[in-house]
Design a binder for this molecule. Structure first.
Ligand code: PNS
Length: 163
């Protein structure tokens, strides 16, 4: 069985993430979406909330599992029996950091491989950080995030300008 891990912060899940998740399900029999528990980043949504949102948005994808992890990704992968990391690349600017992470993970776990999937062109500018910023300033992000994420943003973030 071909398994892969798609790790990230997912704070919150965007349509760009969803695009990568769907592409990954076509390549692997089992894809674990692994949410990093990193309190240092002062996330908008708790890990439990992020996992719940991902679960709701991937209900139609039976080969997706949603889990959380702390510590090193390679340790989580070993424990999960996965050797492949999937990461989405939107632009050349993503590449340098992604290359560093991929090579560091290979250093730590020589058996691991990172596979980069190109995000769909319409999502190349979408990031969780910008979604939060734009929504918080009253901008319309309805086309950039799945509906359950939009609902959750409305419930959580005060809109400080615009609308
Ligand atoms: O969505 P993000 O924030 O770009 O995801 C980054 C993530 C979670 C993939 C990365 O920070 C990570 O793997 N963190 C776990 C700690 C780790 O293994 N670090 C060494 C590898 S570079």
């Amino acid at each position: 069985m071909r398994s892969a891990v798609y790790p990230g912060s997912f704070d919150p899940l965007t349509n760009g993430h969803m695009d990568i998740i769907r592409r990954a399900t076509r390549l692997f029999d089992r894809v674990i979406v692994a949410v990093l528990e990193n309190e240092g980043k002062a996330p908008l949504f708790s890990v439990a909330e992020r996992m719940e949102l991902i679960r709701r948005c991937t209900r139609d994808l039976p080969t997706i599992e949603v889990q959380s992890f702390t510590g090193l990704l390679v340790d989580f992968m070993r424990a999960s029996g996965c050797r492949v990391v999937v990461r989405g690349v939107r632009a050349i600017s993503d590449y340098e950091f992604e290359l560093q992470m991929a090579l560091m993970n290979r250093e730590l776990s020589p058996d691991s491989e990172t596979i980069f999937l190109m995000a769909a062109v319409e999502y190349t500018y979408v990031s969780s950080r910008l979604v939060k910023e734009v929504f918080g300033l009253g901008g319309d992000v309805a086309r950039l995030v799945p509906a359950p994420v939009l609902e959750k943003l409305k419930a959580r973030l005060p809109v400080t300008a615009g609308v």
